[in-house]
Design a protein around this ligand. Structure first.
Ligand code: ADP
Ligand code: ZN
Length: 702
């Protein structure tokens, strides 16, 4: 049990160092358990907020928290993030010099740091400090890497079992986003922490909007998608190295800052690309699944799957990389049968082929769902959602069903005539009455059902066939060149008149917009958020420090909403802790104040007409208004002219006669350049004043 004192300082510590006012989900329970020196296994989705669970206790322990983390490349980033929050930390790895290592040992021995990040490969070099004199806690990040069951197995993780023996009284906290039972058990066994308290938090990431689209014309769809989100960072996952490169170059041709990332690139290239992405210099990464682990850039706003992932675990982990800050984010998946077939081929012959295929099938069911997608995802992770989520494409555009029995009968009879031996493409060609070489060669043009479905377009047929497959009215024989075959359901449709319900195909052009965001044009460009984002970017370049580590998008959004203009108000923003206030407070407050001043100025300008109008309606004369407002009478006349053209109730003939107007009309015809006022003034030999001329022209022009 924790003392009351310790419990009481948890929230203030969270605010002071991390800037947050409250814990998420189970963070507090986890932190209390760590501080009570128990061992813990934490399962939380990507972006769920695992780091705080060991970083906050680290602040309260006397000694050092040792953090085992798999990726050297990202340690610097994590340490930078901590430093920016005023938490002293360091990392230790093989890329450093001996002298640097000595410096780190000194810091440990003199407890000058609170956290030390280390890759498992380098642990052996730390034997002089890995003892309970210095170490108060061990955190093992990405703990699933220990398990060969998991999808990211790393042999170096397997030696971590020694930690419990060397540090028997030191609490261990293992963290991962991989939920399955086998992996969990493996982690606990291998780390020798059989009594670890297990924390399984909700896997729901409500702020991520889920969407699946058919994979037609993907590149065009992607460009459109990106153009609606200028400046927003995103990741596009592709199946092959080649497609990451092709896609990146197509995007570049369209003026979009995109770079490829895959394991075939050199270490330097990958590092550079990753860094540019972290620094907001590259907006988009087209990557294989090699990219992303450990990337905790919180302002990734969207993830696109160019190809279908091979299982739901991978999909969920990948989409989890967007919207870590809790602000609205988008996950878009393109679904194609070609991908399914390719993934099946990849799985073929693997030792766990059956498992892989079963997982692929679940992925496919998710992609083809006609019910809330989030429900399907969460149920996969053993979590039941009572209500539909309201934040997926199915919830937003529920499919409309119609009686498609005749369509189904046509397709199934063509499959029958083709002896269940042809794949979807040829089935559709026959339905559409195509006369291409294959059809003629095989004599399919002579079939009775050749052309029975020519009133339906090729693309719509494609979608209907997919629906028939999904509903079990026919199936793909993957082992027979993907031929379409009948099922027991087919007979009911063909011979027993069983009704089939289909949904209207999604057309790519008239698909209802589900992204009802404010127009990404002028409105957003001069918003306070944009101004703050630019300031953040400028500081990031000056300090050579990633922008999202200065403030998250969520913090900027809250600044935009709350408009803090003093230090105390600024500190109330979620994401602003003591140190961030000290380092960045002045700059951001100044930007907010200058934004607000400009706003007021602009509003005053717009208001000036309104003020004149109010006085006018009160019955004040032009002279009186002029005096009250300390403006020249000519200015007031120009206001009245403007108000008149806007259709306001101004009795303009109070200031001039119809005769005056007539004179000006004649002058207008006679003058060579009738735009300016001066020629009129001269035309009338200075006998009609400027205001009258202006008012007369107002009448003539309206
Ligand atoms: P994970 O390691 O689980 O993928 P992180 O630890 O990187 O996730 O946290 C994701 C994001 O959530 C980070 O930007 C983090 O600062 C933020 N976060 C964590 N805890 C809280 C909290 N209690 N309130 C608000 N934001 C939080
Ligand atoms: Zn939903």
């Amino acid at each position: 049990m924790l003392t009351k004192e310790t419990q009481a300082i948890l929230i203030p510590t969270l605010k002071k160092y991390f800037g947050y006012d409250s814990f998420r989900d189970q963070q507090q329970a986890i932190i209390e358990s760590v501080l009570s020196k128990k061992d813990n296994l934490v399962i939380m989705p990507t972006g769920g907020g695992k780091s705080v669970c060991f970083q906050l206790p680290a602040l309260l322990f006397d000694g050092i928290t040792l953090v085992i983390s798999p990726l050297i490349a990202l340690m610097k980033d994590q340490v930078d993030g901590l430093t920016a929050n005023g938490i002293p930390a360091a990392f230790f790895n093989s890329s450093q010099l001996n002298s640097e290592h000595q410096g780190i040992f000194d810091k440990v021995i003199n407890t000058k740091i609170k956290l030390l990040y280390v890759a498992p490969e380098s642990l052996a070099l730390l034997s002089n400090i890995v003892n309970e004199k210095y170490i108060s806690c061990v955190a093992i990040d990405e703990a699933h890497c220990i398990s060969s069951w998991g999808h990211d197995f790393r042999p170096s993780y397997q030696q971590l079992g020694f930690l419990k023996q060397t540090l028997p009284n030191t609490p261990i906290i293992a963290l991962t986003a991989t939920a399955d039972k086998a992996t969990r058990q493996d982690i606990v066994d291998q780390l020798n922490i059989p009594n670890a308290k297990q924390f399984l938090t909700s896997f729901d990431r409500k702020n991520i909007e889920l969407e699946v689209r058919p994979a037609n014309d993907r590149v065009t769809q992607i460009i459109k998608f990106i153009n609606k989100k200028p400046n927003e960072a995103g990741i596009i996952y592709c199946l092959s190295r080649k497609s990451t490169e092709q896609l990146a170059s197509k995007l570049k041709q369209n003026g979009i800052k995109a770079m490829p990332y895959h394991a075939g690139l050199s270490f330097e290239e990958r590092n550079k690309t990753q860094e540019n992405f972290l620094f907001d210099k590259t907006q988009i990464i087209c990557a294989t699944i090699a990219f992303g682990m450990g990337i905790d850039k919180s302002n990734v706003r969207w993830v696109i799957h160019y190809n279908m992932p091979k299982n739901i675990e991978g999909y969920y982990q990948e989409i989890g990389r967007c919207g870590r800050d809790g602000v609205k984010a988008n996950a878009l998946l393109f679904h194609s049968y070609a991908d399914v077939i390719q993934l099946r081929n990849f799985a073929a012959g693997a030792s766990n082929e059956e498992v892989q295929l079963a997982k692929l099938e679940r992925m496919q069911q998710f992609s083809e769902a006609t019910t809330c997608r989030r429900k399907i995802l969460l149920s996969y992770f053993g979590e039941l959602l009572a209500e539909n989520c309201g934040n997926c494409d199915v919830c937003k555009n529920p499919p409309k069903f119609f009686d498609g029995t005749i369509i189904a009968q046509k397709a199934l009879s063509v499959i029958t005539r083709l002896n269940e031996s042809e794949a979807t493409g040829i089935v559709i060609d026959v339905l559409r009455g195509a006369q291409n070489a294959t059809i003629l060669d095989k004599g399919y043009n002579k079939l009775k059902s050749h052309g029975v479905g020519k009133e339906i377009s090729w693309r719509d047929w494609q979608q209907y066939v997919i629906q028939l497959i999904n509903q079990g009215f026919c199936e793909i024989a993957f082992h027979k060149n993907n031929a379409l075959q009948l099922t027991s359901f087919s007979k009911k449709v063909l011979f027993e008149n069983k009704k089939v319900y289909l949904t209207y195909p999604v057309s790519l052009t008239d698909k209802p917009e589900i992204h009802k965001e404010p127009k990404a044009t002028s409105v957003q460009k001069d918003s306070l958020f944009e101004r703050l984002r630019k300031l953040r970017y400028k500081i990031s370049l000056e300090e050579n420090f990633p922008a999202y580590l200065i403030f998250s998008d969520a913090a900027l959004r809250e600044m935009e909403r709350a408009r803090p203009m003093s230090a105390s108000e600024f500190l109330e923003i979620s994401g602003v802790g003591q140190r961030k206030l000290e380092v960045y407070g002045d700059d951001f407050i100044a930007e907010i104040i200058s934004f607000m001043n400009e706003k007021t100025e602009k509003r005053n300008k717009e208001n000036t007409y309104q003020v004149t109008y109010e006085f006018y309606k009160e019955g004040l004369s032009v002279e009186e208004i002029s005096e009250k407002r300390n403006l020249k009478p000519a200015t007031i006349f120009s206001h009245l002219a403007k108000l008149y053209t806007e259709g306001k109730d101004i009795d303009i003939y109070q200031f001039l006669t119809k005769d005056d107007v007539e004179k000006v009309r004649k002058a207008k015809e006679a003058l060579e350049s009738p735009e300016a006022l001066k020629p009129y003034f001269e035309y009338f030999k200075e006998e009609m004043d400027y205001s009258k001329i202006r008012l007369a022209l107002t009448i003539l022009n309206s």
